[in-house]
Design a binder for this molecule. Structure first.
Ligand code: UDP
Length: 330
């Protein structure tokens, strides 16, 4: 089996992917600067964990050579939309410039297969739902722009150097691995499902509903939530398909089902059997009313099919949050 270098392997989606890679018999080596990730989330031994920067040529080269890395899953990035609006330069540097540097090192080391963690934020405020990949890409924040620029860098580097790549455009990742050993732990937390569950735990007084006057059936925003294990599966299938000769390109990964903020909160009440007080507030700037994926292409090309329902996402996330109320800090 080949060795896969996972950057950002100590983060939420990265750590789940590493666990599944190992379970499926891959050798995985993690490179993470631990700026937002957690060492405890990485279920590999010290020999396979490197704390460092993706733009550190010497480090990346030595990892590739030592472990015989032949493919990369690149998660390492900043991912807070609000922060990106305040500090665009930080996102263009960390997400875009460093990725380009990283790909250059990989090219020089002869690593050809790259799976890149992209986002639905590349579409901005889409005019069509569900969203197909070919829709115009008009990001409305530096986070989405920083990821779109990396997709474009990959396209050009493919033409010039023969790199093979798949960019997976995630919709709303949710849930946790089913044994409750690893899960989502962001600081600060900004995502709906963890915040709702922290409210159920009594760690927050109420969940704020950002806007109730959207043009949707109940007035709140609709999102396409996808289980982190379905995402993980898509990464590994994409890697395998690429190695078997699939063409490079970008694929949406969502379930195609949209749920409103109110529906998520109602489902969380049922799953947790707890009170979840709600406060209705203003819209959050930059939130599109509806984001739902058309992931037909990923399903056709990868033979991938999302398995988990919203209830299962919330139940698995609840297992993690209720057993780790302080996340990895305990
Ligand atoms: N949301 C909310 N209250 C919160 C956090 C999020 O109402 O405390 C809403 C948010 O406006 C969006 C949806 O929940 O419509 C999902 O937000 P999240 O930040 O989880 O993901 P995003 O869609 O922004 O990537």
């Amino acid at each position: 089996m080949s060795c896969v270098l996972v950057t950002g392997g100590a983060g939420y989606i990265g750590s789940h992917t590493v666990k599944v890679l190992l379970k499926r018999g891959y050798e995985a080596v993690v490179l993470d600067n631990l700026s937002t990730g957690h060492r405890q989330a990485v279920l590999v031994d010290e020999a396979h964990f490197y704390q460092g920067d993706i733009a550190d040529d010497e480090l990346v080269t030595s990892i590739v050579e030592k472990h015989g890395v032949d493919s990369v899953i690149h998660f390492a990035a900043k991912s807070l939309v609000g922060e990106s609006m305040k500090h665009p330069e930080m996102y263009l540097w960390d997400n875009t410039a460093k990725s380009v540097r990283f790909f250059t090192t990989l090219k020089e080391c002869g690593v050809r297969n790259i799976i890149f963690s992209s986002t639905a934020a590349v579409y901005g405020l889409p005019e069509q739902i569900p969203i197909p990949e070919y829709l115009e890409k008009k990001p409305v924040n530096p986070y989405g722009e920083s990821k779109l620029m990396v997709e474009k860098a990959l396209q050009w580097m493919e033409q010039a150097h023969g790199i093979k790549w798949v960019a997976l455009r995630y919709f709303n990742a949710a849930g946790a691995e089913l044994t409750g050993v690893i899960g989502e732990d962001h600081n600060p937390e900004t995502h709906l499902i963890p915040l709702v569950l922290q409210t159920a735990l009594g760690k927050r007084e109420a969940i704020q509903v950002f806007g109730t006057d959207y043009d949707t059936p109940d007035g709140t925003c609709i999102r396409d939530y996808i289980h982190v294990l379905d995402l993980t599966d898509a990464h590994i299938l994409a890697l395998e398909a690429l190695k078997k000769g699939m063409s490079s390109g970008a694929l949406n990964v969502g379930t195609g089902n949209g749920y409103s903020v109110r529906e998520v909160i109602e489902m969380a009440k049922e799953v947790t059997e707890r009170e979840i007080p709600v406060v209705e507030t203003e819209r959050r700037p930059g939130d599109p009313a509806v984001l739902v994926a058309d992931s037909t292409l990923a399903q056709q090309l990868l033979g991938w099919k999302p398995q988990f329902t919203l209830r299962e996402m919330i139940a698995s996330a609840w297992k993690w949050h209720s057993t780790h109320p302080e996340g990895y800090r305990r």
